[in-house]
Design a protein around this ligand. Structure first.
Ligand SMILES: Cc1cc2nc3c(=O)[nH]c(=O)nc-3n(C[C@H](O)[C@H](O)[C@H](O)COP(=O)(O)OP(=O)(O)OC[C@H]3O[C@@H](n4cnc5c(N)ncnc54)[C@H](O)[C@@H]3O)c2cc1C
Ligand code: SF4
Length: 438
């Protein structure tokens, strides 16, 4: 019997009913105006005019609401489901400052976006026909393709995977978004003539030289790489999984086995996701082990609270030192840590000598971050990384090699809506660069 994602991972935020849409839309105070942007709209990285689309919904004019959200964000349906709204638009809603719940902007946006597919209603400027190669069909590459296709450029997207979407398809928790509406957001790109080359990894100087010869500009929307490897003894044991492989198998409908006791290693949003996924896959006890304290966790505070509410436990100031077992995982030896505070930088964990303890576990999921795709700087002259980010001009996404632009996670983005923001900036940058080249 195949594993049914829909049944086991029901949506955390299902769509609003028609009546709830009206009720929720009526709560919006329509802040802002001709001279001032509403706080929620200023907090949206993709620049959606939130009061305008909510006002349209309130009037029952779904077609206008739909146009408004897609005019700023070609992935508005995806963002509506996956955006960390409590720290973005909803976090800025004035209602929350007077003790009321913020307007449910995410779900209202979903109602607007789901009304009809994006028609890419940006006017096409047919006199520009620059050839742009985009490496990476994640949200950054897709949003950029939408912008450039609307500007009349000829776009080809290359991706090493068999399907588009990057981390949205392969990593975002299925209780937020399984796949749809990703595919229906990509369809208009195909209709606009964007070409896709899947199962095609662009790697090595030769491959980039070939691409340079047939393109006027190249965009790197390559995201981050594989899971960081902790290099711990016993990692090979059955039941020790890396986070990205674990989630990908789950989203493909073939989840990896989890036992009764799962230990998740890490303190970021991915760690919160895999902990909640393990719980839904049947683990009775899920413990997150993190080497710093609660306040230092990179995960959003609201994600930690939601995980706690679901019954996930935390073991702060502890780090794994080896996985125990013969063929299957049986436990994890850990060591308590203390934090060494340094002025001006993040406090560093230091192992407390002899402070060892063992957690019984039959599953461990390692979620300590993704690697940086530094190899790019060996393949493309001029590319430089600093603090794990590819350096670009933040105004237009241009790298230090003028033919190359970049955006999204590879330059430090952390969410789909930030990917859209980077794509919009790079689209203008590439368009101007191509006009200059002409
Ligand atoms: C587990 C997890 C959960 C997340 N949950 C959320 C969430 O709930 N909400 C949210 O907003 N964000 C979430 N994110 C973050 C979000 O997914 C990313 O910020 C976003 O996908 C970045 O988009 P991108 O296009 O820059 O990179 P990616 O999505 O990583 O896409 C890059 C694509 O480029 C391809 N590629 C790379 N190098 C090459 C090459 N040399 N040749 C060909 N193809 C190549 C990759 O295979 C990939 O398909 C999550 C991330 C993870 C890992
Ligand atoms: S795109 Fe995301 S951040 Fe922007 S308004 Fe919509 S839900 Fe909020």
């Amino acid at each position: 019997m195949s594993f049914a994602l829909q049944e086991n991972f029901p949506e955390l935020k299902p769509p609003l009913t028609p009546m709830a849409i009206q009720e929720e839309a009526s709560r919006c105070l329509e802040c802002g105006g001709a001279y001032d942007r509403a706080p929620c709209a200023s907090a949206c990285p993709s620049g959606i005019d939130i009061p305008a689309f909510i006002s349209a919904l309130h009037k029952g004019d779904f077609a206008s609401a739909n146009r408004i959200v897609f005019s700023e964000n070609p992935l508005a349906g995806t963002c509506a489901r996956v955006c960390p709204t409590p720290v973005l638009c909803e976090g800025a809603c004035v209602l929350s400052f007077v003790g009321l719940p913020a307007v449910d902007i995410g779900r209202l946006q979903r109602a607007a976006a789901d009304f009809a597919p994006n028609r890419l209603n940006v006017p096409s400027l047919k006199d520009h026909t620059g050839r742009v190669a985009i490496i990476g069909a994640g949200p950054t590459g897709l949003a950029l393709a939408a912008e450039l296709a609307g500007m009349g450029e000829r776009v080809t997207i290359y991706d090493e995977n068999p399907d588009p979407g990057g981390m949205v398809r392969y990593a975002i928790a299925p209780y937020r978004q399984q796949v749809e509406p990703l595919d229906s957001e990509i369809q208009p790109l195909r209709e606009r003539g964007v070409k896709f080359r899947f199962n095609t990894r662009i790697a090595g100087r030769e491959a980039f030289l070939a691409l340079e010869a047939e393109s006027d500009a190249i965009f790197l929307g390559v995201g981050l790489g594989a899971d960081v490897d902790p290099h711990l003894p016993g990692q090979h044991l059955f039941g020790v999984w890396q986070a990205l492989a674990f989630i990908r198998a789950l989203k493909d409908g073939n989840p990896l086995a989890v036992g009764r006791s799962t230990v998740v290693i890490g303190g970021g949003n991915t760690a919160m996701d895999v902990a909640r996924e393990a719980l839904r896959l049947g683990s009775e006890q899920v413990i997150v082990v993190y080497r710093r304290d609660r306040e230092s966790m990179p995960a959003y505070g609201y994600e930690i609270q939601e995980a706690e509410k679901e019954g996930i436990r935390f073991n702060w100031l502890a780090a794994p030192i080896r996985f125990l077992g013969t063929a299957w995982l049986e436990g994890i030896e850990c060591q308590y840590q203390e934090l060494i505070h340094r002025s001006g930088s993040r406090s560093e964990p230091r192992a407390i000598p002899d402070a060892l303890f063992t957690l019984k576990a039959d599953t461990a999921i390692i979620a300590i971050g993704q690697s940086v795709r530094r190899e790019l700087s060996e393949w493309v002259p001029g590319l430089q990384f600093e603090h794990g980010k590819l350096i670009v001009n933040p105004e237009n996404g241009q790298t230090r090699n003028p033919k190359y632009f970049a955006g999204g996670d590879v330059v430090g983005g952390q969410s789909v809506v930030e990917a859209v923001k980077w794509a919009k900036q790079a689209a203008k940058g590439i368009h101007q660069y191509l006009a200059g080249e002409k």
